[in-house]
Design a protein around this ligand. Structure first.
Ligand SMILES: [Zn+2]
Length: 550
């Protein structure tokens, strides 16, 4: 009896306590019309009676996000809002120490159907809305930006509208304590989404999607939740109490995008694309970064470590899909073979990883080098560890993660020690040599892979246009001509003006390239084979027949 009394009084104490705590910042979201929301904000004013209001400014590739905000209106008594020299900030004046209320209209400030990268601006259409904190929230200066008591309410939505955000789903009101950074890094949506809630060990995973993608809702619900749960299981991490994943289709072609937010993940993909080609590997890759990349950080500058942070993550995006049964072992090996081939044929095959500093974003070939090299190294290491039975790269990664505490910064020394311990010196040498630009030891070990039988793919010629096509096209003249290339031998010269006549079969080594140029004032069509000779033996793996269909 006594126990029950104590239990009840604790409950009452907590509920009184949580309601007594007024929020520092509260948002009420309502619909205004088919392309706009009406948002009411309240906050506790400071003692000076004046604060700055921050409007969205820039986020991802998007600029001037304040254009989506209009009709800033003071609602509390003796409150005025004044413009400043910056279009993204206003001054709000009020009675010191009182509750301040204002409202604004958030509008879709672009036209047409959703396409890349417009989802970094507010997406507000007749049947739903979606935006993130960076693009949609107006907020005041607050004295404590680390522990904001925030309340979020939705008003006037239909009973059958899905409501969801980084904090809760399927209800219209909730409170959370978080930092300003996390509030801005949150997502907010409502409307015509189809959703599913998966409860695992008292934790909620909510998946909400809309539109008509080229896959069924059940396929999405099942595969996305399997990936999330498999990765949490991999790292023995229960994850947050609540996690939201949203999917919105794009109406342009060939795009897949995903952004990880505070307790949420937003996915976008062209409506005609299937689920397992790009979307699921991307989810598996991005979600894995919670541990490799965010949990365990790379030292700065991070380019020399991207073979690990990106390449190992890329390897695990496929290994997780294999583990969850989303792809077969045959699919897995087919993907590995593609990466091995791309790595061996990369123009930067022999570039030391250290050489990527400051160059990473220069070209897609340079950026992809780390993904390709790292994936191949992870595959090799995984198989070399498996050879010793009972352990795999999974165990090495978990040991690396645990032993990196408390600094949680990747250490080459610790990695090397673990590789030697879980595998052998030979494997370590192959990894370090590949990162130094010498792939000989790596190639040799790949051909002796202990898990998968190996075939040899002989490549004797490679597509090589002989000049930088993109830069040349933009400049209207030949740029980046490679000395000794077939293009140079055929008569192309650096800075030679281009006509608009040309015929190029990209990545086809059997079709001649025809490039229209102006040579000494005369228009000419120069023809040559866009190839370079090389002699490379590339390992390609096969699945043992007994393993097929496993
Ligand atoms: Zn990544």
């Amino acid at each position: 009896m006594r126990c029950r009394f104590i239990f009840i009084s604790i409950l009452i104490f907590f509920s009184i306590n949580s309601f007594a705590q007024k929020p520092d910042l509260a948002y009420t979201i309502a619909r205004k019309d088919t392309t706009a929301l009406h948002i009411i904000v309240s906050f506790t004013g400071n003692r000076s009676g004046s604060s700055i209001l921050h409007l969205p400014k820039e986020w991802a590739s998007q600029q001037d996000l304040y254009r989506a905000v209009s009709t800033l209106k003071a609602l509390s008594v003796q409150t005025t809002i004044l413009a400043t020299d910056n279009p993204d900030s206003y001054t709000i004046r009020y009675r010191p120490g009182t509750k301040v209320i204002f409202s604004y209209v958030l509008r879709k400030d672009w036209s047409g159907a959703l396409r890349y990268p417009l989802y970094f601006r507010p997406v507000i259409q007749h049947d739903l809305f979606y935006f993130d904190g960076y693009s949609g929230l107006v907020y005041p200066d607050l004295s404590d930006t680390a522990h904001i008591r925030c309340r979020l309410t939705y008003k006037g939505f239909n009973q059958d509208d899905f409501i969801g955000n980084s904090f809760y789903a399927k209800k219209t009101d909730g409170r959370v304590i978080l930092s300003l950074g996390n509030l801005l890094n949150s997502i907010f949506c409502a409307g015509n989404f189809r959703s599913k809630t998966i409860n695992v060990k008292g934790r909620q995973v909510v998946i909400a999607l809309t539109g008509k993608p080229a896959f069924t809702d059940d396929e999405a619900f099942s595969s996305i939740s399997r990936i999330i749960l498999a990765e949490r299981h991999f790292w023995d991490d229960a994850g947050p109490d609540y996690y939201l994943t949203t999917f919105l289709p794009l109406y342009d072609q060939g795009n897949t995008g995903g952004t990880a937010y505070y307790h949420a993940f937003s996915l976008f993909q062209s409506a005609d694309q299937g689920i397992s080609g790009s979307l699921l590997p991307m989810i598996a890759h991005e979600y894995f970064h919670n541990w490799l990349g965010l949990g365990l950080k790379m030292p700065e500058p991070d380019e020399p470590y991207k073979w690990f942070s990106e390449g190992f993550t890329e390897y695990y995006s496929y290994k997780i899909l294999l583990k969850t049964g989303i792809i077969t072992e045959k699919d897995f090996i087919a993907r590995i073979n593609t990466y091995v081939k791309e790595y061996f044929l990369s123009p930067y095959f022999n570039l030391p990883s250290q050489g990527l500093i400051g160059k990473y974003w220069e070209s897609s070939g340079l950026k992809l080098l780390s993904y390709r090299r790292g994936l191949v190294l992870a595959f090799l290491l995984d198989n070399r560890i498996k050879e010793k039975k009972l352990r795999s790269l999974d165990d090495l990664l978990r040991a690396l993660y645990t032993e990196s505490r408390p600094a949680m910064t990747f250490s080459n020394d610790l990695f090397n020690t673990l590789v030697r311990d879980y595998s052998d010196q030979e494997t370590l040498t192959a990894i370090n040599q590949a990162n130094a630009g010498n792939n000989q030891p790596l190639s040799q070990l790949l051909f002796q892979d202990p898990v998968y039988p190996t075939d040899t793919l002989k490549v004797e010629k490679l597509f090589d246009l002989g000049f930088d096509y993109q830069v040349s096209k933009a400049a209207g003249k030949i740029k980046g001509l490679e000395a000794g290339s077939n293009a140079a031998k055929a008569g192309l010269v650096e800075n030679m003006p281009l006509t608009d006549q040309y015929s190029i079969w990209f990545n086809n080594v059997d079709k001649p390239a025809k490039i229209g140029v102006v040579d000494h004032g005369k228009e000419e069509l120069i023809e040559y084979m866009p190839v370079t000779k090389l002699d490379r033996s590339i390992p390609q793996f096969t699945v043992r027949s007994t393993d097929r269909g496993r």
